[in-house]
Design a protein around this ligand. Structure first.
Ligand SMILES: [Zn+2]
Length: 140
């Protein structure tokens, strides 16, 4: 399953990020899923939970999935969100520029990315700010 291999990669990246901060594990992740990626966010979440169960031993993982809008740029100077993103066509997107009909290359929205990792709270006297991750609670 495609989502499962993405989930594995995301968890690997999260593990690396945690290790960079000296943490052995992590409690939560925020993942961005591009609108034009052929990834089903619900399936990805299910796969993340399943993969986390087998690789992360202590407790539940909090999973936040955000959607990233598609964005493309054209050599003629047009840029923006392509209007005809179809999930069924996302395997081979054939998007054209509304200004000049050239084929567009997506600059964003066609992949999944790990956005942030929530690390366990440390109370061993180390600098708490060093282990801080971006606040997952958006205010909008
Ligand atoms: Zn163009």
């Amino acid at each position: 399953m495609h989502e499962f291999s993405i989930a594995t990669q995301v968890l690997d990246a999260a593990r690396e990020a945690a290790a960079d901060h000296g943490a052995a594990t992590f409690e939560g992740i925020t993942v961005s899923v591009g609108e034009a990626s052929h990834v089903n966010p619900d399936q990805l979440e299910t796969c993340l939970e399943a993969a986390a169960d087998s690789t992360i031993t202590d407790g539940d993982l909090t999973i936040d999935i955000e959607t990233e809008p598609a964005y493309a740029e054209c050599a003629c100077g047009w840029s923006g969100e392509p209007g005809e993103i179809d999930r069924a066509l996302a395997y081979a997107p054939n998007l054209t520029c509304p200004e000049c009909d050239a084929r567009l290359e997506l600059q964003a929205g066609n992949e999944c990315r790990l956005m942030s990792v929530t690390l366990p709270e440390t109370d061993d006297g180390s600098d708490p700010d060093a282990a801080d991750s971006p606040d997952a609670n958006t205010t909008d």
